[in-house]
Write a protein that binds this ligand. Structure first.
Ligand code: SDX
Length: 426
């Protein structure tokens, strides 16, 4: 199949690529060469594919999300987070022996060099955990130099295992820094998710018993956040990785991209917004009006999505899980009612319906994190903890696929050639 473009009275033909889910893309790799310099312009890459990928498929119009062909509903209901991590990275669900070896390899690497604590010490307690975790992830490079610019599958495996093992420790340390708790390594006799909870919440002078309701809820949340094709932070990981900067540096860059309130930082912004509405008397209609007012910078955080023009399937699952977790824990959270009221109003409001703005993954997740005892500033760190295997899978696919360094073009709109002027004449 071909696509034809006419420009300046001439016709140019380009091949059309077809994906396994019948998506079509015009391959414009030869555009500049064929047309002596013509490029495309697509702000925010809303219509531009950056790569071919076999990891995650989503259909925004139908609200479909699959990891390596498995539906998010199927995996959230039946899988462990570590199984999903293995699936995303290596392409298949692991056998029991493969999963056991995977976790044994991870546990063997779950220590972090004590010197790293000196870097953590340098941060004020008030430092945002996303900045701490991004910095510590980069700092890991200095203590694991052999994991930098790796090419072989074996060396990639070692670097991947180190990151999956040490990243949860760094996330727990970022929380314990804020709460003034001594740093902890958890307990290798526990599962991956259970150990995250123990590392985060064990009090120095008490034992910590994992609540199965909390562990199950966190397992599901991490699975739901594990990958999402070429979103802002994943595209960042791929483009930084394309310079061969190495896995840890690429992931650190991805964490920084995720921090933004338009992206992963929205889960923190949603709770802050809901708390603000509650403090303001719970007048959701007032905030709906603000969200629609072009003069007002206020946006309904947790609503809208670049790709989903239908319900975000993850939001559906998380909304149901929020009800279940709060009921199981016997927690009443008034902001859940405000969230449901906002959702109901938005789904009946022409502004939102016309723009196909639905609740996204961030709209309800903070309500669950909060009921699990996770502080608001840590919500996006939890998003990063879930997204880590997806970022790793995408980085690995890009490196194994020997993708070229990412380097977009531009349309220059600045000054034409001009000569230097002495300062006296300016
Ligand atoms: C994530 O890409 C991914 O996959 C990301 C993610 C992942 O798993 O990696 O799914 C995670 O980042 C989810 C999104 C979290 N962000 C938020 O909840 C922040 C609030 N949402 C928006 O800022 C916005 O919807 C975006 C950033 C998510 C999407 O922005 P787009 O695709 O660039 O759309 P846009 O800003 O051009 O909006 C289109 C229209 C505009 O109105 P008009 O100019 O057409 O009149 O919709 C309006 C926008 O003003 N609009 C909103 C709105 N979101 C869009 N109006 C009010 N409230 C909102 N939340």
């Amino acid at each position: 199949m071909k696509a034809k473009i006419e420009f300046d009275g001439k016709f140019y033909e380009f091949p059309v690529t077809k994906g396994s889910e019948d998506e079509y893309a015009i391959d414009i790799s030869s555009l500049r060469a064929q047309t002596d310099g013509l490029i495309t312009l697509d702000r925010g890459f809303k219509n531009t594919g950056s790569c071919e990928s076999a990891i995650t498929f989503l259909n925004g119009e139908e609200g479909v999300l699959r990891y390596r062909g498995y539906s998010i509903e199927d995996l959230a209901e039946n899988a462990s987070f570590l199984e999903v991590a293995y699936l995303l990275i290596f392409g298949e669900l692991p056998s029991k022996s493969e999963l056991d070896k995977f976790y044994e390899d991870i546990k063997a690497e779950s220590n972090v060099d004590e010197e790293m604590k000196k870097i953590l010490d340098g941060f004020p307690k008030s430092a945002h955990p996303m900045g701490v975790v991004s910095s510590l992830t980069n700092a890991l490079i200095a203590f694991n130099p052999s994991s930098v610019n790796v090419d072989s599958k074996e060396d990639m495996y070692k670097a991947i295992i180190k990151l999956l093992a040490k990243f949860p420790v760094l996330c727990a340390w970022a929380l314990r820094k804020r709460t003034g708790q001594p740093l902890d390594y958890g307990d290798d006799s526990l599962g991956y998710v259970e150990n995250v909870l123990k590392m985060m919440f064990k009090k120095a002078n008490q034992d910590y018993k994992v609540d199965p309701v909390i562990a199950s809820a966190l397992n599901k949340l991490l699975i739901l956040h594990a990958d999402h094709e070429q979103n802002c932070s994943t595209s960042t990981v791929r483009i930084v990785g394309s310079s061969h900067a190495g896995l840890f540096a690429s992931i650190s860059a991805g964490i920084s991209a995720l921090w933004g309130p338009l992206h992963g930082g929205a889960n923190q912004a949603v709770i802050e917004m809901l708390e603000g509405i509650k403090a303001d008397g719970g007048d959701t209609k007032k905030y709906m009006a603000k969200a629609k007012d072009k003069e007002d910078p206020f946006r309904l955080m947790g609503f809208g999505h670049r790709v989903y023009k239908n319900f975000d399937p993850r939001a559906r699952i998380i909304k149901q899980s929020a009800d279940d977790v709060l009921a199981n824990l016997g927690v009443e959270d008034p902001v859940l009612d405000i969230a449901k009221g906002l959702e109901k109003e938005a789904l009946e409001d022409d502004y939102f319906v016309k723009r196909k703005l639905y609740p996204n993954v961030d709209f309800y997740s903070g309500i669950i994190y909060r009921s699990l005892g996770i502080p608001t500033e840590m919500f996006t760190v939890m998003f990063a903890l879930g997204r880590l295997p997806g970022w790793i899978a995408q980085w690995r696919e890009m490196r194994l696929g020997k993708e070229p360094i990412g380097r977009p073009r531009q349309v220059y709109t600045g000054e034409k050639l001009r000569s230097y002027k002495d300062i006296e004449k300016r």
